[in-house]
Design a protein around this ligand. Structure first.
Ligand code: GLC
Length: 534
């Protein structure tokens, strides 16, 4: 590929999140593994992605599916060995695919050796690696609520103090005010960077620091149940993070071409907070803005989210965009519309892949794969176990990849660890590969176009029109213009092409590539995608 020198993989390329346990099972135990990902690298290379964000693979008791790490410098045996990991890195790099690891360092597992030491006595040298506190008149030190419900403080009988956990009580928070903790985490980053890892997806960055006066959060009904009906004024998103981000960035900048993408979750200030974690492009390289995961199917609302995001970006910041991940129902499930679902999948694909900003795909998104229906007996996610049936957990969207029409969708030779979706006989890679009109081939065409057109991967963005059904925008780079028109509706809509160019279709769902489109009013077909160029 004749790529311009200024092509930056994490900025101009495309990243795919892979849930390691669900991508491909190489050893017939029903669970995906690192060797499984290696076997599917050619598929990913052909899809045209530049990076994989690998869900957590460190040793873990899996109470939070690996987001509870017991050893940061290890690989959990369910995924394979360190040698497998190194092989994955080497094989990915051969194919110009970068590897981003999950860095989950707000908390550890309570099975981590550090926590075992820390809780063993009040004067243990690791005591201050976690957040221990006396009670306040027989009550916990503050009223703060954990993201998963209940309070953040857990009483420890042996040492008669509370420790803090922002998530499950088996996930004690590290004390980021302790310089020794910081040093150890930065060394851990170097450990993986030295192996050749290309970057980190940093779990819930905005939880690292807490108010050190332990002030109570104000009650707020409008904050909703997932915030424990309180405004997290003192327990999340505290000042001081910039220094930590700068230190993390300095670690990365000691290497060539590495990056970090921050998860800033349930931010009180929405996109502005996510943007703040990028500094002026000198803190996090990227930061997730999750609003689209909670937006209704409505072209104007989608566009409002994106405009809101672009408006708060720092001058040297760069957006990334995401429709699905391992914590929320997949977009095709959220926006399911019976027979029209796969048509909507194409509109979503075109939206994500023609916006300004790095697209993050979630494995299976490229075949329009929906969630799997989950029964109580299937539940693996602790959140689902705790709150079924009110909250069913996140297993549905962490479902096995659908590769072919085989008994277990080609994912495994035995019953997979989570259920497959019954639709796998049609929604799978093998079938879609052969169908030129499939969602998979539509993604491939879009990815090829995005890559070939600098206007799409690095150009400016200008909104032309958005109402609840149709959105149209222009991408421009060095005088080259591309226009994208998307119809979110199931019926025909009108759009007027004002610009005077002799436009032709670069890619579309209803028109042949190369066909001319005249200036003036045009009919846009139901769920039509049109990408126009000169
Ligand atoms: C992040 C992860 C989520 C995990 C939580 C606690 O939000 O995406 O899956 O449960 O952090 O680590």
């Amino acid at each position: 590929m004749n790529e311009a020198d200024d092509f930056v993989w994490w900025k101009h390329g495309i990243i795919c999140e892979i849930w390691p346990r669900s991508f491909y099972d190489s050893n017939g135990d029903g669970s995906g593994d690192l060797q499984g990902i290696i076997r599917k690298l050619d598929y990913l290379a052909e899809l045209g992605i530049d990076g994989i964000w690998l869900g957590p693979v460190n040793k873990s008791p899996m109470v939070d599916s690996g987001y509870d790490v017991a050893d940061y410098r290890s690989v959990d045996p369910i995924y394979g060995t360190m040698a497998d990991f190194e092989q994955l890195l080497a094989e990915a790099h051969k194919r110009k695919i970068h590897i981003i690891m999950d860095l989950v360092v707000n908390h550890t597992s309570d099975q981590h050796a550090w926590f075992k030491e820390s809780r063993s006595s009040r004067d243990n040298p690791k005591r201050d690696w976690y957040i221990w506190h006396d009670g306040k008149k027989g009550r916990p030190p503050s009223n703060w609520k954990a993201l998963v419900g209940g309070g953040v403080w857990q009483w420890d009988k042996a040492t008669k103090q509370y420790y803090l956990h922002s998530f499950l009580k088996t996930q004690p928070d590290l004390n980021w005010r302790n310089p020794a903790v910081r040093q150890e985490i930065y060394d851990t980053m170097r450990y993986w960077l030295d192996k050749g890892v290309d970057g980190f997806r940093c779990d819930i960055l905005n939880y690292f620091l807490k108010d050190n006066q332990w002030r109570d959060n104000p009650t707020s009904l409008s904050a909703g149940i997932f915030n424990g009906f309180q405004k997290h004024l003192y327990s999340r998103s505290q000042p001081g993070m910039e220094e930590i981000l700068r230190q993390m960035r300095a670690v990365l900048d000691g290497y060539k071409d590495r990056m970090m993408v921050g998860e800033v979750f349930v931010a009180q200030d929405g996109p502005a907070m996510a943007a703040a974690y990028m500094g002026d492009g000198d803190l996090c390289h990227l930061s997730f803005e999750f609003s689209l995961l909670f937006t209704k199917w409505d072209a104007k609302r989608f566009m409002d989210v994106i405009n809101g995001w672009y408006a708060v970006l720092p001058a040297k910041g760069w957006p990334c965009n995401v429709l699905s991940n391992h914590d929320q129902p997949r977009a095709v499930t959220r926006y399911a519309a019976g027979a029209d679902t796969q048509k909507r999948a194409r509109v979503m694909a075109a939206f994500l892949l023609t916006l300004r900003g790095t697209p993050f795909l979630y494995y299976g998104e490229e075949i329009g794969m929906p969630d799997s229906p989950i029964k109580r007996s299937d539940v693996m996610d602790t959140i689902g176990k705790m709150y079924w049936p009110i909250v069913k957990g996140r297993d549905a969207e962490r479902n096995p990849m659908q590769w072919d029409t085989g008994t277990f969708a080609g994912f495994s030779t035995v019953k997979p660890w989570l259920p497959l979706n019954a639709d796998f006989s049609t929604v799978n890679v093998e079938v879609q590969d052969k169908d030129p009109l499939s969602v998979l081939n539509f993604y491939r065409r879009l990815i090829t176009l995005r890559r070939a057109q600098p206007a799409l991967h690095k150009g400016d963005f200008e909104l032309i029109e958005s109402d609840k059904d149709v959105v149209a925008y222009r991408r421009t780079y060095q005088g080259i213009e591309i226009i994208v028109i998307l119809n979110f509706a199931s019926s025909v809509r009108q759009h007027k092409i004002d610009a005077g160019m002799p436009w032709k279709v670069l890619l579309g769902t209803h028109r042949d590539s190369g066909s001319p489109v005249d200036k003036g009013a045009m009919a846009v077909y139901p769920y039509e995608v049109i990408v126009l160029g000169a």
